[in-house]
Design a protein around this ligand. Structure first.
Ligand code: HQG
Length: 191
């Protein structure tokens, strides 16, 4: 994606996940914003996004962060919110192992209190270590945890999948975590 579009995409993430007020708008209970209102609000706040650019961002975003409704009049973020919205996520059965990438400096805390959702609605997990690695890299030296999703399910924990395929959980207690070393046998991506 072009640099300029990436900048606009980041702004849309900010507005649609965390700070709708940055574009002078509010989201409905399910996280939707009217496209017209959003683009007008963004412009007033100094960010000029054309309708064509917005559509291009939705289609080409490498993580499919945004989705339009059927008549393309409303847009929302698929996941990652800190503002209170109900995405209507359905419970799904995860693969036996899921992964979480983070940074070394958080690992002691994580091993003692488990994975917590922090500012977001859920703990974010992936089915492959490659994605976990990318997520962890954002913060420094990467550490990947393997999550025993199979045992968690048996113990009654719920999992959800966002519209763009991110696995979500309310929390992961430390007992279901172990360090994943690159030599370990992996699922899909390395297999
Ligand atoms: C850590 C991006 C200390 C957790 C990414 C993470 C992802 C703890 C940070 C998506 C902890 C929260 C989500 C504990 C968790 N003690 N630290 N007990 N429990 N943490 O950004 O998973 O580009 O909210 O390990 O690519 O890093 O925005 O979560 O490091 O998919 O679409 O607390 O955000 O996607 O950070 O990233 P985040 P995340 P987008």
């Amino acid at each position: 994606m072009k640099k300029e579009l990436i900048r606009k995409s980041k702004y849309l993430s900010l507005v649609l996940r965390h700070k709708p007020e940055a574009a002078g708008i509010s989201l409905d209970a399910n996280g939707w914003a009217e496209v017209d209102t959003l683009l007008r609000g963004a412009l007033v706040n100094g960010v000029n996004i054309s309708l064509a650019e917005l559509l291009e961002i939705v289609v080409t975003n490498e993580k499919q962060r945004f989705v339009l409704d059927e008549d393309k009049k409303r847009i929302r973020a698929n996941q990652g919110h800190s503002v209170e919205v109900d995405l209507g996520l359905k419970e799904c059965e995860p693969p036996a192992l899921l992964f979480h990438g983070t940074t070394e400096r958080f690992s002691t805390a994580i091993l003692s209190t488990g994975l917590n959702k922090m500012q977001r609605h859920h703990v974010h997990l992936s089915a492959d270590t490659e994605t976990a690695h990318k997520v962890g890299m954002r913060r420094g030296k990467v550490v990947i945890f393997a999550v025993d999703a199979e045992q968690m399910r048996r113990d009654g924990f719920r999992f959800y999948q966002s519209g763009n395929g991110v696995w979500l959980a309310d929390s992961v207690p430390a007992g279901y975590l172990r360090f994943h070393s690159p030599e370990d046998k992996n699922t899909e991506s390395d297999g």
